[in-house]
Design a protein around this ligand. Structure first.
Ligand code: ADP
Length: 476
């Protein structure tokens, strides 16, 4: 059996509590037992309260003391149920006492044990509901007081009925000023909007504001939640600015490219053309030589300009790619043939081997540019010896190795071969011509085809450039 609910009776004397004690005692099945009889003399002791599940205030205390006791119990925010025990002729005083905190009353000498039991049970139930409601309210209050979002309740006349502490920071006003004051905010029509809240004439924050209509103390009001989004707003603004600036620069770059390729190449082409005519048409040996030098220098300059423009186009991703099924062996053969005049100046053998499939879907011009750079370099950096170009194809990719037996690359320079303008021999001691852009462009072209490029080399023994072209990736 569960322990009975303990009743503490406040009465003028023990004899005044006797009737109730008799009604309750010996009726354990009722679930109540008198724990203590306290003769209250104006001082409430917590010890007594801690022993009670319900309190009875006996009318023998007199109405003034009863009022005092009820007031004290209320001040201590005790959630214990309070029952008055009154004489039959005092019934008229009951409503006042209930207003002061008592929950119910029993009439001394007349109420049966069953009625007393029912009164106590109802009072205990009500007290339990009250406690649960108070706890729930405290939980909600703890959340509302500690969240960083501002919460406002505003009536139909825009008067603030409630504001949580976070509103102080967000609205830059003390809570005490806010309550009862008009909501001085531009109220957005939309239920969800971003507003600027002016803190001082020269400082403001950006807040996201949401509102929903709710019922509050029997009235139709609006519940606002306000969040300071100044930081997010600032970041978004900066990102937008950066994006706009990047787009502006990209547009500038594209128009620069279009203009430059025309403005630089056209006059240069005519300079080279006319110098060629002079070289061919003039008999004066020295001037003929000068004209030849103009043609050679002009061609080098044209090559450099073309490389820089190509790199810029690749960076700006303005290169349009065609897709075509091509044989890598055929492309390599065509490039070797086009470079034949350079090969004929030296004693170099070229061998091309194929194992498995050598076809991929890609832009044939890009493949030619890649081979042209790599095979061109192999010829440029090999005096006498051999160049081997091998293709090994699988279902997924074709691996291509371009090896030469030339001068090789210093281990210290090797990690920089793909860097822009990087050349191993520089300054006055330069042994070979070039711009140092060929491999940079090659690497970008290879990655534009979703491929990869690597290099291995031994100084004095030769170099191998290994390319992997995906067959499927480039077919997308
Ligand atoms: P460029 O050949 O116009 O100088 P690249 O970007 O094609 O520019 O090459 C950069 C540098 O890498 C070359 O100057 C050279 O020092 C080195 N290099 C490239 N290919 C070879 C090779 N096959 N053998 C030796 N060195 C090479």
């Amino acid at each position: 059996m569960t322990a009975p609910n303990r009743i503490v009776i406040f009465a003028a004397g023990d004899s005044d509590a006797e009737w109730l004690s008799n009604q309750v005692s010996g009726r354990e099945e009722s679930g109540f037992a008198v724990e203590l009889v306290v003769s209250y003399s104006g001082q409430l002791d917590d010890k007594h309260l801690s022993r009670a599940d319900a309190i009875v205030v006996d009318s023998s205390l007199g109405s003034e003391t009863t009022q005092h006791l009820l007031y004290e119990l209320m001040m201590r925010q005790s959630s214990l149920p309070i029952i008055l025990c009154i004489d039959a002729d005092q019934e008229g005083e009951f409503p006042d006492a209930v207003r002061q905190g008592a929950q119910d009353f029993i009439i001394k000498g007349s109420d049966s044990a069953e009625i007393i039991q029912r009164v106590f049970l109802h009072a205990l139930d009500r007290a339990q509901i009250l406690r649960a409601t108070q706890e729930a309210e405290e939980r909600v209050r703890a959340i509302i007081e500690n969240i960083s979002d501002g919460i406002l309740i505003v009536d139909e006349a825009d008067t603030i009925l409630f504001a949580n502490p976070a509103c102080e920071l967000i609205l830059n006003r003390q809570l005490i000023e806010l309550l009862g004051a008009p909501l001085e905010l531009e109220i957005p029509k939309a239920a969800d909007a971003t507003v600027e809240i002016q803190h001082t004439p020269d400082s403001s924050i950006v807040a996201s504001l949401r509102w929903v209509p709710i019922r509050w103390e029997g009235r139709d009001v609006r519940l606002y939640t306000i969040r300071d989004v100044s930081v997010e707003f600032e970041i978004r603004e900066q990102l937008q600015k950066t994006k706009d600036e990047a787009e502006r620069l990209a547009a500038l770059k594209t128009s620069f490219l279009a203009n430059m390729s025309h403005e630089l190449r056209m006059p240069l082409a005519s300079m080279i053309g006319f110098a060629q005519l002079i070289e061919e048409g003039i008999d004066h040996e020295e001037y003929k030589e000068f004209a030849g030098m103009i043609v050679e220098g002009g061609n080098k300059l044209l090559e450099t300009i073309n490389s820089i423009l190509e790199l810029t186009r690749l960076d700006a991703q303005t290169v349009e790619m065609r897709k075509q099924l091509i044989s890598l062996e055929n492309s390599a053969n065509e490039v070797v043939n086009s470079l034949r005049p350079l090969l004929d100046e030296k004693t170099i053998t070229v061998q091309i081997t194929v194992e498995g499939i050598d076809t991929i879907t890609a832009d044939p011009l890009i493949i030619r540019r890649i081979f042209n750079n790599l095979i061109g370099n192999a010829i440029k950096f090999t005096k006498n010896g051999s160049i081997t170009i091998s293709f090994v194809g699988t279902d997924d990719a074709v691996r291509c190795e371009i090896s030469d037996s030339g001068i090789g690359i210093d281990p210290e320079f090797l990690p920089h071969v793909f860097d822009e303008f990087a050349q191993e021999s520089t300054g006055r001691g330069r042994t070979h011509g070039g711009t140092g852009l060929g491999l940079t462009i090659t690497q970008r072209l290879v990655s534009a085809l979703s491929g990869s490029i690597e290099v291995s080399s031994k100084k004095g023994r030769g170099s191998t450039f290994t390319l992997v072209f995906p067959r499927l990736a480039s077919q997308e």
